[in-house]
Design a protein around this ligand. Structure first.
Ligand code: AMP
Length: 441
């Protein structure tokens, strides 16, 4: 199916075409018509699935048909957990809405509030915001929601992980009850469902099957290594393989700084991004990395959330995350938009528990590859045997709800797909499960 069948205006189609997109992603194919119909939507989609355009394109269309905004009013609010994601969503809004007479703005903390207040004075059609700064602006009367038509929660699960629930509740209280609510989340845990219940009306649930399209093209493996040798191994891998654009994950801010400094000492250009860096420094580091001026970006989970770099070829987990879901978010940075990617984890003996939890979540044992001269003195214990789901087991009905993203229906084997598949082709290779058209369940 092409974009032209989705009911989008020529102005929007032209902008989409300029981006070089010819086929809507599965999530776009499902979400765009529903949003255009005015439905509340709950979509299971993570970064890399094309979700941003999935909500931005129909919103632009709906707004271009309505009344223009007036002073300090906002017609659509898009909430995101992080500043980086907010900036990226705003970029998408500006790109896709290029030929439309709509105003948009982005607001987040860590930068001066006055210029943001000024931007909001005349009202904006679309405001992309992080929760804390939005509340600050609201309490100073800089933003009003009497004309609000649509609210989007982007990466809702991450907003909860980051402790934004009280802020979200406050925001919900100040929004008009009559509105369209869209919720995008990588996972639909009980907690998310509980939150959703309080804000959506008869939502249509959508997801893509298998749950995640991106991981198919990500090759994942583990290098067992002693903790003390991780830095040297990282340097060797980058140098030996000539990796030129590597996102390295560190569990701590301090660790991120140290890794970047040590790489610098070995002649590898690297910078660190984390919560202690100013917004300007984070933006600059990201821009330098994207432009290829810096080869390695070392990031903490929160700072890296939502970073959208097309064709990022390598992700390295210097430390494994404590929360296994973060592994999935981390490797979602590579192999995106159909390109091939590699996700490499440097795992020391003390991280065995995290490794098992990750393997259980992704339902897959990660291949272990020893590197000469780096064979660990402290072995990483063998993984539990029962990680893999039994072969050819038929998926149970209704078991996809509340399941981890990479459940039994996923394809996260890390093996090369045996056939060349189209960019967004995530359809099951064999018989698809019987599903109701909109729920994806
Ligand atoms: P997202 O999941 O919104 O972060 O998007 C992932 C990436 O896919 C972004 O770099 C988009 O520019 C790109 N993208 C979104 N929709 C399409 C499409 N229909 N065809 C090709 N690329 C797309």
């Amino acid at each position: 199916m092409g974009f032209t069948k989705l009911g989008l205006s020529d102005a929007i189609l032209e902008a989409v075409k300029k981006q070089g997109y010819d086929t809507p992603s599965p999530i776009q194919e499902k979400s765009i018509p529903l949003i255009l119909e005015g439905k509340d939507v709950m979509a299971a989609a993570q970064t890399g699935t094309g979700k941003t355009a999935g909500f931005t394109l129909p919103i632009l269309q709906l707004l271009s048909q309505g009344q223009p905004t007036t002073s300090n009013q906002v017609r659509t609010l898009i909430l995101t957990p992080t500043r980086e994601l907010a900036a990226q969503v705003q970029d998408s809004v500006a790109t896709y809405g290029k030929h439309l007479p709509l105003k948009s703005a982005v607001v987040f903390g860590g930068v001066k509030i006055n210029p943001q207040m000024k931007k909001l004075r005349g009202g904006v059609d679309i405001l992309v915001a992080t929760p804390g700064r939005l509340i600050d602006l609201y309490s100073q009367n800089a933003v009003k929601f009497d004309q609000l038509e649509i609210i989007v929660f982007d990466e809702a699960d991450r907003m909860l992980d980051m402790g934004f629930l009280p802020d979200i509740k406050r925001i919900l209280k100040i929004l008009p009850a009559k509105r369209q609510t869209l919720m995008f989340s990588a996972t639909f845990s009980d907690e998310i469902r509980k939150l959703a219940k309080s804000m959506v009306r008869n939502p249509v649930e959508i997801s893509t099957t298998p749950r995640n399209t991106t991981v198919k093209s990500v090759k994942q493996w583990v290098h067992p290594v002693d903790k003390s040798k991780k830095q040297a191994l990282l340097t060797k891998l980058i140098k030996d393989h000539g990796w030129y654009q590597v996102l390295v994950f560190s569990r701590t801010k301090h660790g991120a700084n140290r890794i970047a400094t040590q790489l610098g000492k070995k002649g590898i250009s690297a910078s660190a991004i984390h919560g202690n860096k100013s917004q300007a420094a984070r933006t600059r580091a990201l821009a330098d990395f994207k432009a290829g001026k810096v080869n390695v970006l070392v990031a903490t989970d929160i700072a890296a959330r939502g970073i959208d770099i097309i064709d990022l070829p390598h992700v390295v987990n210097f430390d494994l995350p404590h929360v296994p879901e973060d592994y999935v978010h981390r490797i979602g940075r590579t192999g995106r938009a159909g390109s091939k990617g590699e996700a490499i984890s440097l795992v020391s003996a003390d991280e065995a528990k995290q490794l098992f939890e990750i393997e259980r979540l992704i339902q897959n044992k990660l291949e272990r590859i020893m590197v000469d001269d780096f064979t660990p003195d402290h072995d990483v214990p063998e993984s539990a045997k029962n990680i893999r789901p039994p072969k050819n087991k038929k998926p149970k009905k209704n078991n996809s709800r509340n399941k981890p993203r990479y459940g039994k229906d996923s394809d996260s084997t890390g093996k090369k797909p045996n056939k060349k598949r189209s960019f967004w082709d995530n359809k099951p290779k064999k018989k698809p499960q019987k599903k109701s058209p909109n729920t994806g369940k």
